[in-house]
Write a protein that binds this ligand. Structure first.
Ligand code: NDP
Ligand code: 8X3
Length: 253
């Protein structure tokens, strides 16, 4: 069975990706900080799809923990075919002058440094299998919008790293893809708005947002192409979101 390591499987896009890969016979290394969710997810996927799962209860911001976890993988688990760099977040929505340093650090440490930590230690394993890296970027890595400043910056970095990885890894037969969504209703806005569920709900009012399954389907499309086909990048938007930060509401779209 092929093996995938997905970061951030306890919610949203990561959880939907874990499900679609399990349906397609992947054994999974499941990552996140909320261990109760990881344990429940592991049980469910194993029972429902008959796959093997392994929990990676590691905060990807901690490079020493990431290194230790990957180095200690047994021979049954270290033959990784697919890495999905999904874990990430937006924190806050404000101008630079009124931005929170704590929010900035969380985004930079997770979206950029966390992704680098996991990629650094998993890449040698992917070279052995001629595997695939899927980086979850964002429309915020292609465009910017007012008050999105640092989040957009981190996702522009993911876009650059995605291109850099492809250039470094093509000669080893490792494919590299980025998937760049617009508004997907997950826990994303609740996290961004510091747990304010009411305000988070309003982000998706008056139009049909994407759901995590839409993105998981796109990931599976990229992953399931034949080996000679590399999907470099996909941008996937709600039909009612023609650009970053611009949504057409209350028109039945
Ligand atoms: P969710 O908040 O629903 O899920 C985020 C996941 O990341 C959770 O499983 C969370 O798990 C995990 N995570 C966060 N920080 C860490 C960490 N330090 N270490 C390990 N895991 C971590 O958001 P989405 O599913 O929407 O987001 C997934 C990715 O998609 C992100 O990179 C996001 O930027 C990107 N994206 C989202 C869009 C959207 O509109 N929703 C659009 C474009 C891109 P836990 O809390 O248990 O650690
Ligand atoms: C999340 C999408 O448009 O909120 O990356 O930045 S957006």
């Amino acid at each position: 069975m092929p093996i995938a390591l997905i970061t951030g499987t306890t919610a949203g896009i990561g959880a939907a990706s874990a499900k679609i890969l399990a349906e397609n016979g992947y054994d999974l290394i499941l990552n996140g900080r909320r261990n109760d969710r990881l344990e429940e997810q592991s049980r469910q996927l194993t029972n429902q799809y008959g796959i093997q799962t392994k929990i990676m209860h590691v905060d990807i911001r901690d490079h020493e923990e990431v290194e230790k976890y990957i180095a200690n993988l047994s021979s049954e688990w270290n033959s990784i075919d697919l890495l999905i760099n999904n874990a990430g977040l937006a924190a806050g929505l404000s101008s630079i002058e009124s931005g929170s340093i704590d929010h900035w650090n969380r985004m930079i440490d997770t979206n950029i440094k966390g992704l680098l930590h996991v990629t650094k230690y998993v890449t040698p394993l992917l070279k052995n299998t001629k595997g695939h890296i899927v980086n979850i970027g964002s429309i915020a890595g292609k465009e910017v919008y007012p008050n999105g400043n640092v989040y957009c910056g981190t996702k522009h970095m993911v876009d650059a790293l995605n291109k850099a990885m492809r250039r470094e890894l093509a000669e080893f037969g490792v494919r590299v893809t980025s998937i760049n969504p617009g508004a997907v209703e997950t826990e994303f806005s609740v996290v961004r708005l510091d747990g304010n569920f009411e305000k988070a709900k309003k982000v998706y009012n008056g139009f049909e947002n994407l759901v995590a399954q839409d993105i998981a389907d796109a990931i599976w499309f990229a992953v399931s192409r034949p080996k000679h086909v590399n999907i470099n990048e996909l941008i996937i938007m709600p039909s009612a979101q023609p650009a970053a930060g611009e949504v057409i509401r209350n028109k039945g779209l």
